[in-house]
Design a protein around this ligand. Structure first.
Ligand code: HEC
Length: 148
Protein backbone atom coordinates (compact mmCIF):
# COMPACT_ATOMS: atom_id res chain seq x y z
CA UNK A 1 0.00 0.00 0.00
CA UNK A 2 2.64 2.46 1.08
CA UNK A 3 4.95 1.53 -1.77
CA UNK A 4 2.19 2.25 -4.24
CA UNK A 5 1.07 5.63 -2.91
CA UNK A 6 4.48 7.16 -2.20
CA UNK A 7 5.47 7.79 -5.84
CA UNK A 8 2.04 9.33 -6.49
CA UNK A 9 2.47 11.75 -3.62
CA UNK A 10 5.85 12.75 -4.99
CA UNK A 11 4.24 13.50 -8.34
CA UNK A 12 1.67 15.95 -6.99
CA UNK A 13 3.98 18.98 -6.62
CA UNK A 14 5.41 18.31 -10.09
CA UNK A 15 1.92 18.18 -11.60
CA UNK A 16 0.94 21.40 -9.85
CA UNK A 17 4.04 23.11 -11.21
CA UNK A 18 3.24 21.82 -14.71
CA UNK A 19 -0.31 23.19 -14.43
CA UNK A 20 1.04 26.74 -14.33
CA UNK A 21 1.38 27.64 -10.67
CA UNK A 22 3.18 30.88 -11.43
CA UNK A 23 5.24 32.45 -8.69
CA UNK A 24 5.09 36.20 -8.09
CA UNK A 25 8.72 37.28 -8.43
CA UNK A 26 8.20 41.07 -8.46
CA UNK A 27 9.70 43.15 -5.63
CA UNK A 28 7.20 43.34 -2.78
CA UNK A 29 5.09 40.60 -4.45
CA UNK A 30 1.93 42.73 -4.83
CA UNK A 31 -0.15 39.98 -6.47
CA UNK A 32 0.84 37.24 -4.01
CA UNK A 33 0.40 39.66 -1.10
CA UNK A 34 -3.13 40.72 -2.02
CA UNK A 35 -4.10 37.09 -2.69
CA UNK A 36 -2.87 36.17 0.80
CA UNK A 37 -4.82 39.11 2.23
CA UNK A 38 -7.99 37.82 0.54
CA UNK A 39 -7.34 34.32 1.85
CA UNK A 40 -7.07 35.73 5.38
CA UNK A 41 -10.39 37.53 4.82
CA UNK A 42 -11.93 34.23 3.73
CA UNK A 43 -10.50 32.44 6.79
CA UNK A 44 -12.38 34.78 9.14
CA UNK A 45 -15.49 35.11 6.97
CA UNK A 46 -16.17 31.47 6.10
CA UNK A 47 -16.51 30.06 9.67
CA UNK A 48 -19.18 32.69 10.42
CA UNK A 49 -21.18 31.39 7.46
CA UNK A 50 -20.76 27.82 8.69
CA UNK A 51 -22.21 28.77 12.10
CA UNK A 52 -25.23 30.40 10.50
CA UNK A 53 -25.89 27.71 7.89
CA UNK A 54 -25.57 24.89 10.43
CA UNK A 55 -27.75 26.76 12.91
CA UNK A 56 -25.20 26.79 15.68
CA UNK A 57 -24.61 30.49 16.15
CA UNK A 58 -22.05 30.99 18.94
CA UNK A 59 -21.95 34.70 19.81
CA UNK A 60 -18.46 34.69 21.37
CA UNK A 61 -16.60 33.00 18.52
CA UNK A 62 -18.71 34.81 15.95
CA UNK A 63 -17.77 38.13 17.50
CA UNK A 64 -14.08 37.20 17.50
CA UNK A 65 -14.26 36.40 13.78
CA UNK A 66 -16.22 39.57 12.99
CA UNK A 67 -13.64 41.69 14.83
CA UNK A 68 -10.81 39.94 13.00
CA UNK A 69 -12.51 40.54 9.63
CA UNK A 70 -13.06 44.18 10.57
CA UNK A 71 -9.36 44.51 11.45
CA UNK A 72 -8.07 43.09 8.14
CA UNK A 73 -10.82 44.25 5.77
CA UNK A 74 -8.75 46.94 4.04
CA UNK A 75 -5.54 44.94 3.62
CA UNK A 76 -5.74 43.94 -0.09
CA UNK A 77 -6.57 47.29 -1.68
CA UNK A 78 -3.23 49.08 -1.49
CA UNK A 79 -1.64 46.18 -3.41
CA UNK A 80 -3.62 46.87 -6.60
CA UNK A 81 -1.11 49.43 -7.89
CA UNK A 82 -0.64 50.35 -11.55
CA UNK A 83 1.27 47.68 -13.50
CA UNK A 84 0.18 44.89 -11.17
CA UNK A 85 -1.98 43.00 -13.66
CA UNK A 86 0.30 40.05 -14.32
CA UNK A 87 0.36 36.29 -13.62
CA UNK A 88 -0.58 34.72 -11.23
CA UNK A 89 -3.29 37.35 -10.77
CA UNK A 90 -6.94 36.42 -11.08
CA UNK A 91 -8.05 40.03 -11.26
CA UNK A 92 -9.74 41.16 -14.50
CA UNK A 93 -8.48 44.13 -16.51
CA UNK A 94 -11.58 46.01 -15.37
CA UNK A 95 -9.86 46.67 -12.01
CA UNK A 96 -7.64 49.17 -13.85
CA UNK A 97 -10.17 50.18 -16.52
CA UNK A 98 -12.97 51.05 -14.09
CA UNK A 99 -11.18 52.34 -10.98
CA UNK A 100 -14.18 54.33 -9.70
CA UNK A 101 -16.42 51.31 -9.79
CA UNK A 102 -13.74 49.12 -8.15
CA UNK A 103 -13.33 51.74 -5.39
CA UNK A 104 -17.12 51.93 -4.94
CA UNK A 105 -17.29 48.13 -4.53
CA UNK A 106 -14.57 48.36 -1.88
CA UNK A 107 -16.56 51.00 0.00
CA UNK A 108 -19.69 48.84 -0.09
CA UNK A 109 -17.69 45.91 1.29
CA UNK A 110 -15.97 47.97 4.02
CA UNK A 111 -19.29 49.41 5.19
CA UNK A 112 -20.92 45.96 5.19
CA UNK A 113 -18.08 44.54 7.29
CA UNK A 114 -18.44 47.37 9.82
CA UNK A 115 -22.17 46.62 10.01
CA UNK A 116 -21.48 42.94 10.51
CA UNK A 117 -19.15 43.70 13.38
CA UNK A 118 -21.77 45.99 14.97
CA UNK A 119 -24.38 43.24 14.56
CA UNK A 120 -22.01 40.70 16.13
CA UNK A 121 -21.41 43.04 19.08
CA UNK A 122 -25.19 43.03 19.67
CA UNK A 123 -25.12 39.20 19.89
CA UNK A 124 -28.56 39.07 18.26
CA UNK A 125 -28.76 36.30 15.69
CA UNK A 126 -31.65 38.11 13.98
CA UNK A 127 -29.30 41.02 13.22
CA UNK A 128 -26.24 38.94 12.46
CA UNK A 129 -27.83 36.88 9.65
CA UNK A 130 -28.77 39.75 7.31
CA UNK A 131 -25.49 41.56 8.08
CA UNK A 132 -23.52 38.46 7.09
CA UNK A 133 -25.58 38.18 3.91
CA UNK A 134 -24.82 41.80 2.99
CA UNK A 135 -21.07 41.14 3.24
CA UNK A 136 -21.41 38.02 1.13
CA UNK A 137 -23.33 39.96 -1.51
CA UNK A 138 -20.56 42.55 -1.60
CA UNK A 139 -17.87 39.86 -2.15
CA UNK A 140 -19.92 38.30 -4.92
CA UNK A 141 -20.77 41.45 -6.76
CA UNK A 142 -17.15 42.59 -6.80
CA UNK A 143 -15.89 39.16 -7.90
CA UNK A 144 -18.43 39.00 -10.71
CA UNK A 145 -16.87 42.02 -12.39
CA UNK A 146 -13.32 42.12 -11.10
CA UNK A 147 -12.17 38.51 -10.56
CA UNK A 148 -11.73 35.67 -13.08
C1 HEC B 1 -13.88 45.30 -4.20
C2 HEC B 1 -13.68 43.99 -4.78
C3 HEC B 1 -13.61 42.75 -3.94
C4 HEC B 1 -14.28 42.46 -2.77
C5 HEC B 1 -15.29 43.31 -2.03
C6 HEC B 1 -13.85 41.14 -2.38
N1 HEC B 1 -12.94 40.65 -3.26
FE1 HEC B 1 -12.07 38.83 -3.20
N2 HEC B 1 -10.90 39.32 -4.77
C7 HEC B 1 -11.04 40.45 -5.55
C8 HEC B 1 -10.06 40.43 -6.61
C9 HEC B 1 -9.89 41.48 -7.69
C10 HEC B 1 -9.33 39.25 -6.46
C11 HEC B 1 -8.17 38.73 -7.34
C12 HEC B 1 -6.83 39.19 -6.76
C13 HEC B 1 -5.67 38.75 -7.64
O1 HEC B 1 -5.56 37.54 -7.91
O2 HEC B 1 -4.87 39.61 -8.03
C14 HEC B 1 -9.87 38.57 -5.28
C15 HEC B 1 -9.39 37.37 -4.78
C16 HEC B 1 -9.95 36.69 -3.73
C17 HEC B 1 -9.47 35.43 -3.22
C18 HEC B 1 -8.19 34.74 -3.66
C19 HEC B 1 -8.40 33.39 -4.23
C20 HEC B 1 -8.86 33.44 -5.64
O3 HEC B 1 -9.91 32.84 -5.94
O4 HEC B 1 -8.18 34.05 -6.47
C21 HEC B 1 -10.32 35.06 -2.21
C22 HEC B 1 -10.24 33.80 -1.35
C23 HEC B 1 -11.31 36.11 -2.07
N3 HEC B 1 -11.03 37.08 -3.01
C24 HEC B 1 -12.32 36.10 -1.14
C25 HEC B 1 -13.14 37.18 -0.88
C26 HEC B 1 -14.15 37.21 0.15
C27 HEC B 1 -14.49 36.04 1.05
C28 HEC B 1 -14.69 38.44 0.13
C29 HEC B 1 -15.77 38.99 1.00
C30 HEC B 1 -15.75 38.67 2.42
C31 HEC B 1 -14.04 39.19 -0.93
N4 HEC B 1 -13.11 38.39 -1.52
C32 HEC B 1 -14.33 40.50 -1.25
C33 HEC B 1 -11.93 41.46 -5.34
C34 HEC B 1 -12.77 41.59 -4.24
Amino acid sequence: MLRKTAPLLLLVPLLLAACGEVEDTRPGKPVATRQQDFKAILRSFEPMGVQLREKRYTPDTFLKLARELDRIKAAPWSHFGPDTHYPPTRATAKVWQEPERFAADQETFLAAVSQLRAAAESREEARVGPAYQAVQDSCRSCHKRFKK
